[in-house]
Design a binder for this molecule. Structure first.
Ligand code: MLT
Ligand code: ZN
Length: 476
């Protein structure tokens, strides 16, 4: 039987009558954008994309699917780097998009919290916090499309982890639709609440395999009074680490972001992204982008930068640097970093390794992983970049110029294994911030096997005994 027809027609009509015409898409032309992931690694098909507009509608839709034994793939902005919201090829799964749950319910300037629905984009959430005079300190390259529900389900990290932690560190409360359609109303805004297992943290990072996050209470922070951004050409990854250390010694609390970029990564951005420009005299092999920010008065961050950078230049760590003079210049510097993924996509097929190691071992990771990949595929373009300040480097690999993209992608496991061998030797993790999704479950037994994977399977079986929530993701 065609699995598309395995989703019972009476389920589709029940969903249609519960969600109304705006709440369900069934025409393949309308469902197509939900069936391909951002990286174009997976193309699936589905008989329906559900677009509920309220938590109650999500709950009823989930209940109807559970009764029919039909699996659901929750989807936010569909920006996963690991196929976390990819629907299967056999057409047996229904996509549930959270896009219409897009209200900022409340911002409390005294509690410094924001209650927000899952379908609000991260950018819109940041803007709403800023309008209320506060800061939502989570920033990722895909923030214009990524939605809060997906960001939390993935436990996204991004550029500000060095200071504020990962997404889970910002979550005080959650509202979740459970696999049987019950709603868990956990939207608390307490900083202290020792009342049994910390359920909200179970759902954060669960990649939609345990339930669907429909709303959250997030912590806000004071808006910085002063921000300073510098782009520095550094002598080596070791010099980048040394400069990080110097800034920490000077004023660790002011480091808002500390990002590494290779010369090749920046070159790809300059080549493929219209309007991108390098504001330094000569190109370098290694760069760091540093953001300092503080809500203190008269902090003189620019002066701090100048002092630390002058000493670092004298020590031969920094060859050249520019400190942004305006908001526009700050944004232009950040663009060089934020457009890395897009530029790599335009440069051809790529294999991504989202890995982390102790911060002190980042230079060794960059050197050894680069050597290992270059040994395997001559001409490969190794583009290590990312969040040096928290130890998470994206060792992305772009196909050699002129090589067939499919032939390069056929080597993905070999290349990922080679990078992972280095990561393992350095006591790191094969999955830092993008999650496991559909791409990496096969790595789980080797890295998290034994009691750890048994525990995870036990949790999954307890919450989702029918295995209907985002099947094929995370757990092997
Ligand atoms: C980023 O930090 O820009 C993304 O997480 C990167 C990626 O691996 O493409
Ligand atoms: Zn990243």
């Amino acid at each position: 039987m065609d699995p598309l027809t395995a989703v019972p027609a009476d389920l589709i009509s029940a969903l249609q009558s519960r969600l109304g015409p705006r709440g369900i898409l069934t025409d393949p032309a309308d469902t197509a954008p939900y069936c391909e992931d951002w990286r174009r690694l997976y193309r699936g098909r589905t008989p329906a994309v559900l677009r509920p507009a309220t938590t109650e509608e999500v709950a009823d839709a989930v209940r109807l699917c559970a009764v029919s034994g039909v699996a659901i793939v929750p989807q936010g902005g569909n920006t996963s780097m690991v196929g976390g919201a990819a629907v299967s090829e056999d057409g047996s799964q229904i996509v549930l998009s959270l896009s219409r749950l897009n209200r900022v319910r409340e911002i409390d300037p005294i509690d410094m919290t924001m209650e927000i629905e899952a379908g609000v984009t991260l950018k819109a959430a940041q803007d709403a916090a800023a309008d209320a005079g506060a800061l939502l300190p989570l920033s990722i390259s895909s923030e214009g499309s990524a939605q809060i529900g997906g960001v939390l389900a993935t436990n996204a990290g991004g550029n500000n982890t060095v200071r504020y932690g990962n997404a889970r560190d910002l979550v005080l409360g959650l509202e979740v639709v459970l696999p049987d359609g019950q709603v868990w109303h956990g939207l608390r805004r307490l900083h202290k609440d020792n009342t049994g297992y910390c359920l909200r943290q179970l759902f954060v990072g669960s990649e939609g395999t345990l339930g669907i996050i429909t709303a959250a209470v997030l912590k806000l922070y004071p808006r910085p009074r002063e921000t300073a951004v510098a782009l520095c050409a550094v002598a080596s990854p070791e010099a980048a680490l040394d400069l990080f250390n110097r800034l920490q010694q000077h004023d660790a609390a002011a480091i808002q972001a500390y990002e590494y970029m290779s010369g090749l990564g920046v070159e790809l951005v300059l080549r493929h992204i219209p309007g991108a420009a390098l504001p330094l005299e000569t190109a370098a092999a290694h760069y760091v982008l540093v953001e300092l920010a503080t809500s203190r008065k008269h902090a003189d961050l620019r002066g701090a930068f100048e002092g630390v950078l002058a000493a670092a230049m004298e020590a031969g760590l920094v060859a050249d640097a520019v400190i942004a003079e305006s908001g526009t210049q700050r944004a232009a510097l950040w663009r060089l970093r934020e457009e890395h993924s897009e530029a790599q996509k335009l440069a051809g097929a790529s294999v991504k390794n989202d890995v982390s190691v102790p911060v002190s071992k980042v230079p060794e990771l960059i050197r050894r992983a680069t050597e290992a990949c270059e040994r395997l595929v001559p001409g490969i373009r190794v583009v290590p970049f990312g969040h040096l300040g928290d130890g998470n480097i994206h060792v992305n690999l772009v196909q050699p110029d002129g090589m067939d993209g499919a032939a390069f992608l056929a080597l993905d496991h070999t290349l990922m294994d080679a990078v992972n061998a280095v990561v393992r030797a350095l006591d790191g993790s094969f999955s830092a911030e993008h999650g496991i999704g559909r791409l990496k479950p096969f790595m789980m037994p080797e890295w998290r096997g034994g009691a750890e994977l048994d525990l995870m399977r036990g949790i999954k079986a307890a919450l989702d005994p029918q295995g209907l929530m985002n099947p094929g993701k995370m757990l092997p």
